[in-house]
Design a protein around this ligand. Structure first.
Ligand SMILES: [Zn+2]
Length: 448
């Protein structure tokens, strides 16, 4: 027997209203974990402070923080008495620098350069398991001193980066501030998983799209699902000689559709581009950053400089991959490291905007991505330029230069500290022993 329609409708309405209210209450409840700490007034004595504003490091600086932001930077004088209720952190024997920015990471990838690693993660690991590992990678990034990361695709883990970004933002789990691209875009036949029986449908590490209409639709879909940036693969299958050639993936028409759609929705586009043809097409389409750029023609460098297109070279992953090859892993790329280094030198000379990015996740997260710094110096940057690439330049790349990248009143209190001076020895950035993000301390030196 059926119930009367009116009563049934009323019951359904009441249940719906109750559940909606309950869900809103749960979602709106701020996590308790970090809620109280951000209002703490804190004073930090930095023995040396590289604030990325002044030309010279400041000695014995006193940094005042409240509400998660820097409030004042003055001089520390012996006998300083902190106001009651305020906290004091003694970093007198440390050098403080702004929180670092890694502009090319993959928290949902746990190393994919060794044979079998990629397929195992995509085919055998569940999405929940990969997401749990992603939270671990995010925490590691923060502990290495990277308080902001631009995470450049989930490699088959769909929109898990959006969830992790939001959980960090809400203080539920520790991690850096994240900008995410979600799934990334590539064409049919150009991206793993490849090489299996075509009778079966295997998943891919990207969203596969063909033709301008599908390209535009995917951009809309990714943005509506939380993407901060769009990532596109502009080429594949690199062959090396003195000039690195690549096979373009998207046609210029498709690339243009992606860039136009993303820009129309006020989002930026990062292009994976390794060789001459891929870089050229991406630059001509008006992307906002070139990732890897093993070879970039001088004319394209000129266009990048003229249009302010960023170069994120990711030097260490090339060295790491070469080491895997030498140890008998993936087929090698003879001469690739040298060509990349030469491109970096030419880009520097041409005045291209270069941001620090590592591709960590391509190599294991147990390796500190700060290994990128000494390579940037080996290939021609001064230590100050390399640090700048991971602070002020990283901040500008992610459109947050008014909020992060330097130690100035009004900016987020993101601060890391090291023993020694990175301007004398850039390698000290591989041993960060103090990390603060938005006024909250996540790591500090062990004091006896
Ligand atoms: Zn990457």
């Amino acid at each position: 027997m059926q119930s009367k329609p009116f009563l049934r409708t009323l019951c359904l309405l009441l249940v719906t209203l109750f559940l909606t209210g309950l869900c809103r209450a749960v979602i709106a409840t701020p996590p308790a974990a970090k809620a109280g700490k951000i209002d703490q007034v804190t004073f930090i004595h930095c023995g040396t402070l590289i604030d990325e504003v002044s030309d010279e490091p400041r000695q014995n600086a006193l940094v005042e923080i409240s509400g998660g932001k820097f409030r004042a930077i003055t001089s520390y004088t012996p006998g300083f008495a902190k106001p009651s209720g305020a906290a004091f952190i003694d970093l007198a024997s440390e050098t403080c620098v702004p929180g670092l920015v890694d502009s090319h990471t993959h928290i949902l990838l746990q190393g994919d350069q060794k044979p079998g690693q990629y397929d195992e993660q995509i085919l055998k690991w569940s999405l929940p398991y990969r997401t749990i590992l992603g939270t671990q990678s995010a925490r590691r990034a923060l502990e290495y001193g990277f308080t902001t990361i631009r995470d450049l695709e989930t490699e088959g883990a769909y929109y898990a980066d959006v969830s992790i970004r939001d959980a960090i933002k809400q203080g539920i789990i520790p991690g850096p501030r994240m900008l995410v691209v979600t799934r990334a875009l590539n064409v049919t036949g150009a991206y793993a998983i490849e090489g299996y029986d075509p009778a079966w449908n295997f998943p891919h590490g990207v969203q596969v799209v063909d033709g301008p209409v599908e390209c535009r639709k995917a951009v809309r879909e990714q943005i509506s699902n939380g993407a901060d940036w769009i990532k596109v693969y502009a080429d594949q299958h690199v062959s090396t000689s003195n000039v690195v050639h690549s096979i373009p993936t998207f046609t210029p028409e498709e690339l243009h559709a992606i860039v136009d759609e993303a820009h129309r929705e006020r989002h930026k586009v990062a292009a994976h581009a390794m060789g001459l043809e891929g870089v050229h097409n991406a630059v001509e389409a008006g992307v906002d950053s070139i990732e890897h750029g093993a070879y970039i023609a001088d004319d394209d460098l000129k266009t990048m400089v003229a249009h302010g297109i960023w170069y994120v070279p990711t030097l260490y992953i090339f060295v790491y991959s070469e080491e895997i090859h030498q140890a008998g892993g993936f087929p090698g790329w003879e001469g690739g490291v040298g060509i990349h280094a030469e491109t970096f030198r030419r880009a520097l000379k041409a005045g291209a905007k270069i941001a620090f990015g590592t591709d960590v996740g391509g190599f294991e997260w147990t390796i500190n991505p700060a290994k990128e710094f000494p390579l940037m110096v080996d290939y021609g940057m001064t230590p100050a330029q390399a640090l700048h690439a991971a602070t002020v330049s990283g901040a500008e790349l992610v459109d947050m230069k008014d909020q992060i990248g330097s130690v100035e009143p009004g900016k987020f209190a993101d601060l890391v500290a090291v023993s020694g001076n990175p301007l004398d020895d850039i390698k000290v950035l591989e041993n960060v022993n103090f990390v603060m993000k938005e006024g909250v301390v996540f790591k500090r030196p062990d004091k006896p």
